[in-house]
Ligand binder design. Structure first.
Ligand SMILES: [Zn+2]
Length: 185
């Protein structure tokens, strides 16, 4: 019986995630709550997962990157194109809000496909309605079992079983000028 939380690395979300994680949930976080980029990480968790809480959010920097790559021709690393941007190229959207909705739908259906027996729920976190910590220009690479305290709150958090699952996300963190503060993976 394992609960899994999948969300974005965004600095504003840590307390919202902790509220839902309890002591036992596994947490995966990458740029954009991008399930497509986490498929290998998800498969590595295997059959143990029976509940998934999917937490994308509004005002997401990763989806802004997708928007500017597709609508404004901004160039991105091939790895970011492959893991994040490409899945949206054939989608019809006019605004960041449209893109957030599409991302939430794609993510939920991908999670249901990987965990057909699990209960999957999606909550799009509205960042105008949560308590926002002071932003720190740092990121942490943590294991799915890890929790946040002290300095981690307000920093960006990438969580996965292995660094190889999040290489595109690390590139995005670097493109946001974040400094790696600590790595467990
Ligand atoms: Zn985000």
């Amino acid at each position: 019986m394992v609960r899994l939380i999948v969300s974005c690395m965004d600095y504003r979300l840590s307390e919202e995630i902790l509220k839902r994680a309890g002591n036992d949930a596994l947490i995966l976080r990458n740029a954009g709550a991008n399930v497509n980029g986490l498929k290998e990480a998800l498969r590595s968790l295997g059959d143990q997962v029976d509940e998934v809480i999917y937490l994308p959010h509004t005002d997401c920097a990763a989806l802004k990157l997708v928007y500017s790559a597709i609508k404004e021709g901004k160039r991105v690393y091939p790895e970011i194109e492959e893991k994040l941007v490409k899945q949206f190229r054939d989608k019809n959207f006019q605004s960041l809000q449209d893109l957030e909705k599409i991302n939430a739908e794609l993510g939920e259906s991908a999670l249901k496909a990987v965990f057909p027996k699990a209960k999957v729920t999606t909550q799009l976190i509205d960042v105008t309605k949560i308590k926002i910590p002071e932003r720190k220009p740092k990121y942490y690479l943590l294991k799915p079992q890890s929790r946040y305290s002290g300095n981690v709150i307000g920093a960006y958090v990438i969580q996965a079983p292995d660094r190889s699952h999040v290489t595109a996300d690390i590139k995005i963190a670097e493109s946001l000028n974040l400094k790696l503060e600590k790595s467990e993976i």
